[in-house]
Write a protein that binds this ligand. Sequence first.
Ligand code: ADP
Length: 244
Amino acid sequence: MDLELRALTKRYGEVTAVEDLSATVRPGQVTAFLGPNGAGKSTTLRMLLGLVRPTSGSARIGDRPYAELDAPRRVVGAVLGPDGFHRGRSGRDHLRTVATAAGIGPGRVDEVLDLVELTDAAGRRVGTYSLGMRQRLGLACALLGDPPVLVADEPANGLDPEGIAWLRDFFRGAAADGRTVLLSSHFLAEVTRTADRVLVIDRGRLRFDGSLASLAATVDPEAGAGDAAAIETAFLRLTTAVAA
Ligand code: ADP
């Protein structure tokens, strides 16, 4: 299922968070939304998910805006951060509540716990979970409806290398299964290992849309997708990010 962003613009008073942004995100690959903090990534994802109303333009999932989806959890799974859980409840209870509200059978709860490797911790209170476990619980929640689209805002933030590697494999597997996967990140090194395609955003504007190889080639026509130095140079030229 495609995601279609058409001339998306969001203004907050004097601040233009996103300006005239158009892109199509395709299934079967991981697309990264890459840009420094404040570039407009979260605002764009939130417009896609119907949480922020665009000032102008439109965002569609398949052929509809999010608000017009009949069963949104069966179409798009959103991971917007590790902090939306009641710390006194268990991971399994949380998933059961969400499943019930969405009309999803309870059997799916154990399936998604298994998919994110949280089965052993499912009966524990979320307050005892590590950040990585809460991130995976968010992912489990997103997977309840077995959606063809996954959208995650900075999913690797704050995770240790092992947690980041686990997520990378997970999202790559989801794309290999034919899902549409859109992830935001401000961290270039992570994107170069995870994404097939990058949308570089800076100060609300789309600066680049293409494969990692074509991003590298903007610096050196001979450079390939594995040329980390060329990709970093390209990213720094396109954005106001500073070298790490
Ligand atoms: P990113 O996710 O790339 O870090 P954001 O989309 O969160 O960027 O923010 C883009 C810009 O919009 C920033 O300048 C931010 O301060 C501003 N912004 C985001 N949300 C709001 C809001 N609710 N009210 C006012 N300004 C906002």
